[in-house]
Design a protein around this ligand. Structure first.
Ligand SMILES: [Zn+2]
Length: 182
């Protein structure tokens, strides 16, 4: 596309789009004229198509990431510390959470996500939402089957994830996503 797209109004209830690629008029300017309703419809259509194009691109990136096998041996703790040999990070705190959680290392997470990035889920038993830290959310996005269970802050305990698990993703628009760990 060469030249500039210009959007304006004509002072007479119309929206005018100019672009050199459009068939030029007697002044050498190509334009399309929209009524107010047409302009509003076009705007919402463009908005929808932009989201669609973005989603298609993200889906393609996820398919590409899925061709790179996950190296589960590259692990650290969510805090960034080394995974202790005595597994002391699995000791529970008074609130029911582990001292720390194992995640895939930065290098492994950077290879690409096979699921959309999601950092909140709903526990189906109590209906409440728990959010998680970025390293854990990215580990889920890179390797959806990495964890067999996950934590509910309301119930203060861990429960199974996966197809038969007790959690569904809470999407950013507030809708319900697929099961956590699938
Ligand atoms: Zn719960």
């Amino acid at each position: 596309m060469s030249g500039f797209l210009e959007v304006g109004t004509n002072g007479n209830g119309k929206v005018v789009v100019n672009h050199p690629d459009l068939h030029p008029d007697e002044n050498g300017v190509g334009h399309i004229v929209f009524s107010v309703t047409e302009a509003q419809n076009l705007a919402s259509l463009l908005q929808r198509k932009a989201i669609e194009a973005h989603d298609e691109m993200e889906e393609r990136k996820r398919s590409e990431a899925a061709t790179i096998p996950v190296d589960r041996s590259c692990q650290v703790l969510a805090s960034g510390d080394k995974v202790p040999e005595d597994r002391s990070h699995t000791e529970l705190k008074p609130n029911g959470q582990q001292q720390d959680y194992v995640v895939l290392c930065d290098k492994e997470r950077a290879k690409g996500f096979v699921r959309p990035y999601r950092d909140a889920y709903r526990h189906l038993k109590c209906g409440n939402i728990t959010t998680m830290s970025r390293p854990i959310a990215e580990t889920y996005a890179r390797d959806p089957y990495f964890y067999s269970g996950t934590f509910c802050t309301t119930c203060a305990s861990h429960f199974p994830a996966g197809e038969d698990g007790q959690f569904v993703w809470y999407e950013r628009d507030g809708s319900t996503g697929p099961k956590v760990g699938t």
